[in-house]
Write a protein that binds this ligand. Structure first.
Ligand code: ZN
Length: 147
């Protein structure tokens, strides 16, 4: 395994063990429960929207290391961004983990540690669950599934 993959693995394990923004939000304006039945991942995303700006975002739940690390990284990444910026990032992230883009889009920053899931198609849903669930909360829906 290359040094780069090893580094990526460490970042994922760190976010799995010490997930950032892992809490419910008492100020949440929206929330959604997301499920990935294929793997058993279950996340709830809490959102505090201020007009078009994601003022705060957090998550709770349980799942595999990829799903938790992805939720931890996603919440850190999109906090303070607008809904349009979120949608653009989700699109880029999805293309990255599906291997539809070459390499890692530089603007995704730390999220690029998840690019390796493109080698494991069953893991793509683990990596995108947090994003789908955040979309669901933004769209004022209450539940979503990757199936
Ligand atoms: Zn999973």
């Amino acid at each position: 395994m290359s040094y780069k993959n090893d580094l990526y693995q460490r970042v994922i394990l760190d976010h799995n063990r010490n997930p950032r923004n892992y809490r419910s939000l008492s100020e949440a304006t929206d929330s959604c429960d997301g499920k990935n039945p294929l793997c058993g991942d279950e996340l709830t995303i809490f959102l505090e929207l201020d007009g078009e700006v994601i003022r705060d975002i957090s998550f709770t739940g349980s799942g595999c290391a990829i799903s938790k690390a992805s939720a931890s990284l996603m919440t850190g990444y999109v906090k303070g961004k607008t809904v349009d910026e979120f949608k653009a990032s989700f699109d880029k992230f999805q293309k990255m983990v599906k291997g539809e883009t070459d390499g890692n889009p530089a603007e995704l920053g730390k999220l690029s540690v998840l690019a390796g899931v493109r080698e494991y198609s069953s893991r793509v849903k683990c990596a995108t669950l947090a994003w789908h669930t955040a979309s669901c909360a933004i769209e004022k829906n209450k539940a979503t599934t990757t199936e």
